[in-house]
Design a protein around this ligand. Structure first.
Ligand SMILES: Nc1ncnc2c1ncn2[C@@H]1O[C@H](COP(=O)(O)OP(=O)(O)OP(=O)(O)O)[C@@H](O)[C@H]1O
Ligand SMILES: [Mg+2]
Length: 276
């Protein structure tokens, strides 16, 4: 339908599109104009097609920027998620995926043993939040501790936390895997307090939040968990580690094949071959 060898735009038009920063119109215009000419489009239709291209292109760019800014750990999404492998009931998974809880500024706490998909679920939900046009900020507890340390010196921590809670969803992943420093505990409290009833916070932990006083000073743990759980959905994961199941089934790696298999010998660095 769209001619493949559309004539280029006149130079002055191309230059105007550059100056006015309309890169997506500039890219699409030659083909849109050629199609419009061939199919005798109404002029308003041409304008609509070009502006739609610009809008779509800008949406794609801003999604990519928000995805990078979120700082997701692996980039996994629901495309790779196997609903049946999660011990979280399917209706709960479906309800979480609607993201209505984010719109309602409610929190999400996912807790359970290692390898049961807590991080992947939060990451896939985070990616969906980004796709829906919202902002996500991803942290580990140690990362929060480092932020507190860095900004305590010049007393800008309140400002920094204020900036973080501009995101629609703030994730703190893997609480309880490592010993919690005083800075990290302070960072978590500051974040949960600043986001309380204003933004969604999602955390993953090997411990139920009721046990957070094993990780941090009791007063701080109580104040943090109180705010965190007031409007929170709690999902408890269970069962075997997906990592262990995949490793046991030989699915954790791609089978090794010797490079240079054509001569039937195992791969040996050329320097070693020379020595041998
Ligand atoms: N439902 C699922 N569908 C697809 N892959 C899954 C699922 N659950 C877990 N995995 C995979 O299993 C591995 C472990 O999952 P994940 O890192 O989310 O576990 P975790 O509960 O956060 O563990 P830990 O407490 O050790 O941090 C990852 O490679 C993840 O992609
Ligand atoms: Mg994890």
């Amino acid at each position: 339908m769209i001619p493949s060898s559309a004539p280029p735009l006149p130079e002055d038009v191309d230059s105007l599109l550059r100056t006015l920063r309309l890169p997506h119109i500039r890219r699409a215009a030659p083909e849109v104009l050629a199609t419009a000419k061939a199919q005798r489009w109404d002029p308003a239709e041409v304008l609509r097609a070009l502006l739609t291209e610009e809008r779509r292109g800008r949406d794609r760019s801003s999604t990519a920027i928000r995805r990078t800014a979120a700082g997701f750990p692996t980039g996994k999404t629901f495309a790779a998620w196997r609903e049946a492998d999660s011990s979280i009931p399917a209706p709960t998974q479906a309800a979480l995926r609607t993201l209505e809880w984010v719109h309602r500024r409610e929190n999400l706490v996912v807790c359970g043993p290692s390898g049961t998909g807590k991080t992947m679920l939060l990451e896939a939900l985070g990616a969906a939040v980004v796709e829906a046009g919202m902002r996500v900020a991803w942290f580990t507890l140690e990362g929060l501790g480092a932020i507190v340390r860095r900004h305590r010196v010049d007393d800008t921590i309140t400002k920094v936390v204020g900036r973080i809670v501009r995101s629609d969803l703030i994730v703190v992943d893997d609480i309880g895997l490592l010993p919690v420093s005083g800075d990290a505990a302070e960072g978590l409290f500051r974040l949960v307090d600043a986001a309380y009833e204003r933004r969604s916070v999602a955390i993953s932990s090997n411990l139920h939040p009721a046990g957070f006083d094993e990780l941090m000073p009791k007063t701080l743990a109580t104040a943090t968990v109180d705010r965190l759980l007031h409007h929170a959905h709690l999902c408890v994961t269970g069962g075997d580690s997906v990592r262990l199941a995949q490793a046991s089934a030989g699915l954790g790696v791609v089978p090794l094949t010797p490079t240079g298999a054509d001569d039937g010998r195992p791969a040996v660095p050329s320097s070693a071959r020379r020595r041998g």
